[in-house]
Design a protein around this ligand. Structure first.
Ligand code: IMP
Length: 179
């Protein structure tokens, strides 16, 4: 598996350090409140599991599944595949995502969560690709790493459903997705 990785960008220790920092930021910003973290499946799962360990206020979690990239390029449309089971009405929602690229996925999810009557919505992402942004509504408040415009995998991020189990974040060799 690792022969497909061109370069390790962030080690397990780097990830832990930055996730801990985000946990502290969320704890500070939501003091006295009970935010609900809504993870987007499947990529956010390792990030969500790590993040909640460092949030020191009452917090709830739920998940949503939306259709996303097919391979390494945007399909240009987003579909809700599975919704949260918790009501988001009047809730302080923190959307937890693995990576924000163009922002298309999140801009659609934000619309849906707004329509459910959330009191507030913030975006928390492990990785951000600000250079690729086409939908500024999806700009995250909490960011683990700023990523160059390269295709990355690991710690939840996949290519064709593989490599989510890598404990680090690495750049996928171009030859894997260009043929
Ligand atoms: P967006 O809608 O363009 O912001 O794309 C967000 C989704 O694209 C993420 O949830 C990922 O599933 C996928 N994605 C974008 N860039 C990468 C990457 O570098 N590696 C793995 N998945 C990516």
């Amino acid at each position: 598996m690792e022969k497909y990785i061109e370069e390790i960008l962030y080690s397990e220790a780097d990830i832990k350090r930055e996730v801990k920092r985000i946990g502290k930021e969320i704890t500070r910003d939501y003091k006295g409140k009970t935010p609900i973290l809504v993870g987007l499946l499947k990529g956010s799962v390792p990030f969500m599991a790590e993040l909640i360990k460092y949030i020191k206020t009452d917090v709830q979690i739920d998940f949503m599944k939306v259709s996303s990239y097919c391979g390494a390029h945007s399909s240009g449309s987003v579909r809700i595949v599975s919704d949260t089971t918790t009501s988001l009405k009047d809730r302080d929602v923190v959307i937890v995502e693995d990576i924000v690229d163009t922002g298309l996925t999140l801009s659609e999810v934000i619309k849906l969560i707004k329509a459910k009557g959330a009191a507030s919505i913030a975006i928390c992402t492990l990785c951000d690709k600000p250079e690729a942004r086409l939908y500024p509504a999806a700009d995250p408040k909490y960011i683990g790493f700023n990523i160059p415009d390269k295709f990355i995998v690991g710690f939840g991020l996949d290519y064709n459903e593989l490599y989510r189990n890598l404990p680090y974040i690495g750049v996928l060799k171009k030859e894997v997705y260009s043929d």
